[in-house]
Write a protein that binds this ligand. Structure first.
Ligand code: KG4
Ligand code: ZN
Length: 358
């Protein structure tokens, strides 16, 4: 079985072709550079750039794979959650291809794409415990199967990647912030500033990064003659130290809640063997190493997709599309893209729906 996947829900225009032997036949990713000067993704600019490039990206992907369009079995596209202008572009392209080729269309939840990537790259078996950390989401889930998730906890405010991006913006480091913070943190003293661990003792598995970001803001403001972040006078070492302290604290917040999630996972899913991290922030080596230690200590296997498959890409959509199609899922051509689309949308709502108590 061969599936084409299209991704366009944020600032990457991407396509890939994978097969059911877990082989990537080709992939193409175009990261939009247009947003750098704005310190974040501008939705209208993103939508226009997707529209401009999507056809050539798909064409190039077929060419690289040496596969003829008529040889694929299904066309998948990220149909949400995400920036709706971009999502519509990818979904429209996928539906047009599906119609022209007379092949099924598969609508993929972008988060399910991230969530299932480790099954392609590491052959991880269901069920597994997943930390999903991206620019828009931060969740702890049990992945039980295709379309079958138990959400244990979520951020109540900023996503982890969003916090990296906002801290980077305050430090004038540009967008996306995560890779730059990671690079500078390597030269920093992670113990110089003490930062808070929001919700550490909340008794549940939810997370919060807004207070952490505010604490970083206060430190930066204290280096400014007029208290304004943009006028702060920071030496390169000060900046590196702030990056290191933020990265360490954000990681500790995640590890602390994951320790509790592992306890729940082991009690409730005794067959589960793996801790998986996915999403853009999973590209962070400091976080990956911390999670690897945690998994080892907890006697779980650890899997993280190769760094290039952590940030948005077409492979994750093609693979999730393939798994869905194998399960018998496909979608009608009038499927409406969903700007909001929780992963556990099909789960029965628990009373209070606040996730697992820990
Ligand atoms: O999954 P993704 O590509 O897009 C979304 O679905 O949101 O994630 C992008 C996020 C951005 O916030 C970016 O700063 C973060 O992932 N990121 C990182 C690193 N690389 C990307 N955060 C921390 N360390 C990194 N090395
Ligand atoms: Zn993503």
């Amino acid at each position: 079985m061969i599936v084409l996947g299209i991704e366009s829900s944020c600032d990457e225009t991407a396509a890939a072709i994978v097969n059911d032997e877990r082989e990537i036949l080709a992939e193409t990713v175009l990261s939009q550079e247009e947003h750098k000067k704005f310190g974040g993704v501008v939705p209208e600019i993103a939508a226009r750039a997707h529209l401009e490039h999507i056809d050539e990206i798909i064409e190039l992907t077929f060419k690289k794979a040496g596969v003829k369009p008529c040889d694929i079995d299904a066309v998948a596209a990220a149909a949400g959650p995400g920036l709706i202008g971009g999502v519509v572009v990818g979904v429209m392209a996928a539906k047009a291809l599906a119609l022209a080729l007379n092949k099924p269309f598969v609508a993929v939840n972008h988060l399910e794409g991230h969530a299932l990537t480790a099954r392609l790259t590491a052959g991880v078996k269901y069920p597994y415990l997943l930390l999903l950390v991206s620019g828009g989401h931060c969740q702890i889930l049990v992945v039980k199967g295709v379309d079958d998730f138990e959400r244990l906890g979520t951020t109540i405010d900023d996503a982890a990647g969003e916090a990296f991006d906002k801290v980077a913006k305050m430090l004038g480091l540009g967008y996306p912030g995560g890779p730059m913070i990671e690079k500078l943190a390597a030269q920093g003293d992670e113990n110089r500033f003490s930062l808070p661990h929001p919700l550490q003792y909340s008794g549940d598995l939810n997370l919060s990064f807004s207070g952490l970001k505010t604490a970083v803001r206060k430190i930066i403001e204290s280096y400014s003659p007029d208290g304004k972040v943009e006028h702060a006078i920071l030496s390169p070492q000060d900046t590196a130290d702030i990056c290191a302290c933020f990265q360490k604290t954000a990681t500790e917040c995640l590890v602390f809640k994951l320790e509790k999630a592992i306890k729940y996972f082991k009690e409730n899913y005794p067959d589960g063997e793996d801790l998986v991290v996915a999403g853009g922030v999973a590209a962070n080596t400091y976080l990956r190493e911390s999670l690897e230690r945690l998994a080892k200590h907890s006697k779980l296997n650890f899997a993280a997709p190769p760094i290039r498959f952590c940030t948005d890409n077409g492979v994750m959509i093609a693979w999730a599309g393939l798994e869905r199609f194998q399960k018998g899922y496909s979608d009608p051509l009038d499927f409406k893209p969903r700007p909001r689309w929780p992963l556990d949308a099909n789960a029965p709502k628990a009373a209070g729906a606040g996730g697992v108590k820990a």
